[in-house]
Design a protein around this ligand. Structure first.
Ligand code: F6P
Length: 547
């Protein structure tokens, strides 16, 4: 039996989960006119309303007790102080050190990493300002107009999500194009529009061994050398990596490599030089605003009492919904077009961190450790999958995210957008019952038989849990806050569920097999015996592909 399930709070929550199955949210609201006040909190730039989650006083108290019994406070101190809590890779987890705007010294293995971080930020700032001012010129003396940001996973999602979120604030200095997929159509569609004389490539890869990224990088160099010479590479290619040996072998001079550190996980790295494309596109000041927003949340996470601690509450609600109420997925539904990539970002953050099956001690855990994270902009979802959210027999807890101030104000669009944001969580909570449907259909002149025919099909059971996050506006600081909130949520979930959130051994097998099969596809003289399906698929591909 895992140590977590033996905890008094865990067992109390199991009992509560049984009881809560028969409790309807609309009754909790009817019984407590102050429910919204009780189960919502405000921090700078955000109203966090979790009153439509399936918790009551007892459950919330038990969840807070669970956090205390799991010793979240000690683990949080361990993380911020650089203890090696990434236990299987024996590494610290210090993405917070990248946005330590108080510049408090942090000694790791004898080095004050705050100095190292600030030195790298200074190098980024100098480079960004040179490129954006036109001082950095290409091999024909022209300023950079286009940046091609090559990277995948954590070396892409954070930068691209932040870039998309803030694009409406960008000036016309330069364009940024993200290439993450090894499907050649992506790099080809980017390069065909660009001029080598005015293009800068940023190759971001913590390991500098990721096949997709290295393939895209190689293709970019070959494209570049169609018009330029080897010695011109230094003006058009920079890298972000921990692996100077590999970046040098690729042909990028050390002075053009921005470093990051092993104590920064890929999916938590946009605060490092992995964020270079953001800074190039928006300006270094905007990038610093993103850091400021995250730092604010770090301070909140460190200092707020548990029952007002937003990332901790987010984690407790997720553990409650997933590991106790048994809801296997969680939707991220931004009602801001600017945040359309947030679901994809959170998907990697949560599922690559907590999609694990054993605990710290390698014991198989008996509970679900992570919800399947998915989502899209809420308005589009309303016309795609909300039917399932309202009437499906699966319940999907959802985070609804909107902003008070639009990035772009157009007529009544924002009020219409927000009316949907408010209405949908209300509908998911309230549902609509037979009595209401009968009254509605009667008022529409339907006969008793017609009503009888339709009634069951029109019932919405409601009682679907949601959290509403109402931002002041989507600006650089808010993007930093939002990402940091989810990062600390993920951390808290991992501690509560006793799993290591910071390794990703599960990606190794697929990578290894792909590289083996790659050799077979490159050379017909190489063939490995696989299962009959894989053999059959490879044979069909080889027989029908164009040489
Ligand atoms: O998906 C596995 C992974 O290692 C991620 O954790 C990481 O963000 C991504 O691949 C890219 O890795 P790298 O930055 O080393 O190219």
């Amino acid at each position: 039996m895992s140590s977590r399930t033996k905890l008094a709070s865990w067992q109390a929550l199991q009992n509560s989960a049984t009881k809560m199955k028969d409790v309807h949210l609309k009754d909790l609201f009817s019984a407590n006119s102050a429910r919204f006040q009780q189960f919502s909190t405000q921090i700078p730039g955000l109203l966090f309303d979790f009153s439509k989650q399936r918790v009551d006083d007892t459950v919330f108290t038990q969840l807070i007790s669970l956090a205390k019994e799991c010793d979240i406070d000690t683990w949080r101190k361990k993380m911020f102080s650089g203890e090696k809590i990434n236990i299987t890779e024996d590494r610290a987890v210090l993405h917070t050190a990248l946005r330590n705007r108080a510049n408090t010294p942090l000694i790791i293995d004898g080095e004050n990493i705050t100095d190292a971080v600030n030195s790298e930020l200074a190098k980024m700032k100098q480079f960004v300002n040179k490129v954006r001012s036109g001082q950095w010129q290409g091999y024909t003396g022209k300023a950079v107009k286009d940046v091609v940001a090559i990277g995948v996973g954590g070396s892409n999602l954070g930068p691209q999500m932040a870039t998309e979120a803030l694009a409406s604030n960008a000036d016309e200095t330069l364009n940024v194009h993200y290439v993450s997929n090894v499907d050649g159509v992506q790099i080809a569609s980017v390069l065909e529009k660009l001029d080598a004389e005015t293009t800068l490539f940023v190759i971001s890869s913590k390991t500098f061994t990721t096949s997709e990224t290295m393939t895209n990088a190689q293709t970019s160099v070959e494209w570049f050398l169609q018009t330029a010479a080897e010695q011109d590479i230094a003006k058009h290619f920079v890298a972000v990596s921990t692996n100077l040996e590999k970046t040098a072998a690729f042909g990028i001079a050390d002075e053009n490599v921005f470093t990051m550190w092993d104590w920064v996980g890929g999916r938590f790295s946009l605060w490092s030089a992995i964020g270079l494309p953001i800074a190039l596109y928006l300006g270094f000041e905007a990038f610093e605003e993103i850091l400021e927003g995250a730092f604010e949340i770090d301070e909140h996470f460190k200092n707020a009492p548990a029952d007002e601690n937003v990332p901790l509450i987010m984690a407790l609600l997720s553990v409650w919904n997933t590991s106790f109420l048994g809801y296997e997925s969680q939707a991220i539904l931004p009602y801001d077009q600017a945040l359309h990539m947030l679901p994809a970002y959170v998907q990697q953050g949560e599922m690559e961190s907590n999609g694990k099956h054993v605990n710290f001690n390698g014991e198989t855990v008996p509970y679900t450790t992570v919800p399947i994270i998915w989502g899209m902009t809420g308005i589009n979802g309303q016309h795609a999958f909300y039917q399932c959210l309202h009437q499906g027999n699966v319940i999907v807890p959802a985070d609804f995210i909107a902003s008070i101030e639009p990035q772009t104000s157009v007529g009544k669009h924002h009020d219409i957008l927000l009316s949907n944001f408010f209405a949908q969580t209300q509908a998911m909570m309230m549902g609509v019952d037979a009595e209401q449907i009968t009254a509605d259909l009667t008022a529409k002149g339907k006969s008793a038989d017609e009503i009888a025919e339709l009634l069951k099909h029109k019932i919405h059971k409601g009682n679907r849990p949601t959290t509403s996050m109402l931002l002041d506006k989507v600006d650089a600081k808010t993007v930093g806050r939002l990402i940091a909130l989810y990062e600390h949520k993920i951390f808290c979930q991992g501690i509560i569920l006793e799993i290591c959130s910071f390794d990703q051994w599960g990606v190794e097998l697929g990578k290894g097999l792909a590289s083996k099969i790659e050799a077979e596809l490159f050379d017909d003289n190489i063939s490995n015996a696989h299962d009959s399906s894989t053999d059959g698929l490879i044979a069909h591909y080889k027989a029908n592909r164009k040489q």
